[in-house]
Design a protein. Structure first.
Length: 531
């Protein structure tokens, strides 16, 4: 098998870069470890309750103990299906703040400032609202839709946020990123619209595309430091795919550094310790793991929530509503409301993010349960984490998962930000009209319990928001893994295009920015390829 370019990973970024390379006239082999769906289960928005934790769709990573949170070991879901994590995530479409990308450029990454990336955000989407203005797109493959179902508790949550001084924002993906607003989702006509559905499904009949699913890449093949192809395994058979122009790694913040290490690109002594001959000593491969730390707080209300549909009869009504109208609670993303705001007046940027889920669920014996109680979930997370984790090999065997060391609360500033977030949860749960509905914040210490009780709670309750980034950091310094043109420093014809390149975290969920990176990568690769 041969192609001009090989793209590893058909997820958020990989699907975009593959489609854009095809549009430029190149042949592309798009290699995906997950198998293509036949029934289209992931297209149902509510199916994430089934796909997350299901090895058919999810890599089901398990972390190493995190000493910053009492030694907790937890699952980190990552999509293992065409669409990657965009096929199993909460479908929340939000871009980082303009200042986030200007910060990227200020770190030396020329061409990654807001004015440079905004045209790609616009090019990649077709938005329901304001698609003809200077901030939104109306001709891109990725559909972004307003909610087709709004729960009354979410309206009350917005009103309470505004009463606390959080400005109402008509479009968080518009001119301003700050404030509270109704969520927008990666959905189309009540269906999930993953990056693969947006970019690749329409190209499946393109004779220049070879889509190879169910194929796990074992390593990138190198001639010296020049990428020439990949070695993969599919249905028990070893296959080599040759790249005439180059290889693009879009396997995500966990799998991309893993593949680089297996290919001899990474911390030299670490690779030698696992019997891998280093081709390029790149000490920061797998380092700089950034993740949004935060709290998932269940609130019990005195009015019905979406948990009402947990009963078998109500579930039938919800399914019927979706089948007949493509509306109702099964048609929308997880979050109804998003907010970005400053936790205190002395903060320079919006350091906290709220999500509101109009339901509450628990994990019992590895399975998600939605109890028959009037629950909602208030999520609050730190936007700009300073704590850094890392990844390291457990084995040279490509089928042995890499070790994930989260260290979510390693930096005291992150702990203090989450603490301020806890106080904001209490504030919004007490502010009318939403506060008049709240009977109890489950498991949260009372507001007068004191700092010691809050500290204990945060150390045990803080969780990741499943936005891992930074493990192949972009930059111009000697330790940066990729340069601003996305090429791996010290190599030829080898690029990275996914969330692993983030030099700094953004305020917000990472799916939209990952797609933007893939969309833009094709232009950068085309201008630097050696075909």
């Amino acid at each position: 098998m041969e192609a001009d370019y090989i793209v590893i990973g058909a997820g958020s970024a990989g699907s975009a870069v593959a489609a854009r390379l095809l549009a430029q006239g190149f042949s592309v082999a798009l290699v995906e470890a997950g198998k293509r769906e036949r029934l289209g289960i992931t297209r149902l928005p509510a199916a994430l309750n089934y796909t997350i934790g299901n090895e058919r769709y999810d890599w089901k990573y398990t972390t190493e103990p995190d000493p910053t949170r009492g030694g907790i070991v937890e699952g980190w879901p990552r999509g293992r299906v065409p669409g990657g994590s965009s096929a199993i995530n909460g479908m929340i479409f939000i871009r980082g703040a303009a200042e986030d990308f200007d910060q990227w450029e200020a770190l030396g990454n020329k061409g990654w400032g807001w004015d440079s990336v905004l045209p790609y955000f616009r090019r990649m989407e077709t938005a329901d609202q304001d698609k003809d203005n200077s901030f939104r797109g109306g001709m891109g493959p990725q559909r972004v839709s307003a909610l087709r179902y709004r729960h009354p508790t979410a309206e009350a949550f917005i009103e309470s946020a505004v009463s606390l001084g959080i400005a109402l924002n008509p479009d968080l993906n518009g001119k301003s990123h700050e404030g509270v607003a109704w969520n927008q989702g990666s959905t189309r006509n009540g269906f999930r619209h993953s990056s693969w559905e947006a970019y690749i499904r329409p190209q499946l009949r393109n004779p220049r595309l070879r889509f190879v699913d169910g194929a796990q890449v074992e390593r990138v093949m190198l001639d010296g430091r020049r990428a020439t192809g990949v070695a993969l395994k599919r249905d028990g058979q070893s296959i080599s795919v040759t790249a005439k122009a180059g290889v693009v790694l879009s396997a995500g913040a966990i799998n991309t550094p893993h593949l680089l290490m297996l290919s001899g690109i990474g911390p030299a002594e670490h690779l030698k310790g696992h019997g891998i001959t280093p081709t390029l000593d790149a000490p920061d491969v797998g380092r700089n793991l950034l993740e949004h730390p935060g709290l998932y707080v269940h609130a019990e209300l005195n009015v019905p929530t979406v948990n009402l549909y947990a009963s078998p009869l109500r579930r039938v009504f919800a399914v019927a509503d979706w089948l007949l109208t493509r509306k109702g609670p099964l048609s929308v993303p997880t979050a109804q409301v998003l907010a970005f705001f400053k936790s205190s007046a002395d903060q320079v940027s919006s350091d906290l993010q709220f999500h509101l889920f109009p339901f509450g669920s628990f994990i019992r014996d590895g399975k998600r349960e939605i109890p028959d109680r009037n629950l909602v979930t208030i999520l609050v997370n730190a936007s700009y984490p300073k704590s850094k984790g890392w990844l390291e090999l457990k084995s040279r065997d490509p089928f042995t998962p890499i070790a994930i060391h989260p260290r979510l609360l390693d930096h005291q500033d992150d702990f203090e930000t989450v603490l301020r977030g806890l106080n904001w949860v209490r504030k919004i749960a007490s502010a009318a009209p939403f506060g008049s509905m709240v009977q109890e914040l489950i498991g949260v210490p009372p507001g007068n319990a004191g700092r010691a009780a809050d500290e204990k709670f945060i150390r045990t309750a803080t969780r990741p928001f499943y936005h891992p980034v930074g493990t192949c950091r972009m930059g111009i310094d000697e330790r940066a893994v990729v340069s601003p043109d996305l090429k791996i420093r010290g190599t030829q014809n080898l690029w990275v295009a996914d969330a692993s390149i983030f030099p700094r975290h953004i305020a917000g969920n990472t799916n939209a920015t990952s797609i933007m990176i893939g969309d833009r990568a094709a232009d950068l690769i085309h201008s630097n390829g050696e075909l």
